[in-house]
Design a protein around this ligand. Structure first.
Ligand SMILES: [Zn+2]
Length: 215
């Protein structure tokens, strides 16, 4: 982006993010006519849906503008990285190859005892935790405890309308939110499970730094 547009970019950033706010990429997808929040380009090739977890504002941003945003945040003196769920490991690597330190992975303990404890206190669960539980439990079927927890987490996700954070609105076409969102999770899981076994790596542990982590 040319330097003369930087003021416009900074102005847009100011409306979306303030120093100290956390930014989570809730979804990466292709093919849509949305325009990039920052530069206005359309169509975007690689959409990155970004959520400010403090204000709950969401924006749709192209790959190159995610990097530019990170650079602008650094200019302001912030070391905040854009956080991604573990299934987006490849996207995180890709961003960090372009500009080191742009992105980081939300780490989450994939342990049924911990997940059971989390889900028993739903009011304390954040979006990041609900989404991580869904991503982990979607692979279990056949009346397992994990499958039961998946449905409990799915009800929370729907009640709180978290699908808005991920710009998932396909259900508007069929008017069956629950079924469509469940299908979406299943498709996502199918898409990512063969990705170098990295969907949930061995080192799948929770970082202490996450404020919404109860441990
Ligand atoms: Zn852009």
């Amino acid at each position: 982006m040319a330097l003369k547009n930087n003021d416009k970019f900074k102005e847009k950033l100011k409306h979306f993010w303030r120093r100290g706010d956390e930014v989570v990429c809730t979804r990466v997808f292709r093919n849509s006519n949305n325009e990039c929040y920052f530069c206005g380009n359309k169509p975007i090739e690689w959409h990155h849906v970004l959520l400010n977890t403090i204000s709950n504002q969401i924006i749709d941003v192209e790959f190159s503008c995610v990097i530019l945003m990170k650079k602008m945040m650094e200019e302001i003196g912030s070391s905040q990285k854009i956080l991604f769920f573990p299934k987006y490991t490849i996207e995180v690597d890709h961003l960090n190859k372009q500009y080191q330190g742009t992105a980081d992975i939300i780490e989450f303990i994939c342990n049924i005892d911990i997940i059971r404890r989390l889900i028993s206190n739903p009011k304390d669960l954040s979006y990041k935790q609900v989404r991580s539980i869904l991503d982990y439990t979607i692979k279990f079927e056949g009346g397992t405890e994990e499958e039961e927890i998946f449905h409990t987490a799915l009800d929370l996700y729907l009640d709180r309308k978290y699908y808005v954070y991920e710009m998932i609105d396909d259900h508007k076409k069929t008017n069956n939110v629950k079924r469509d969102i469940e299908n979406y999770f299943r498709e996502e899981w199918e898409k990512y499970k063969y990705q170098d076994d990295k969907y949930y790596p061995e080192s799948c542990t929770l970082k202490k730094k996450n404020d919404d982590c109860p441990f």
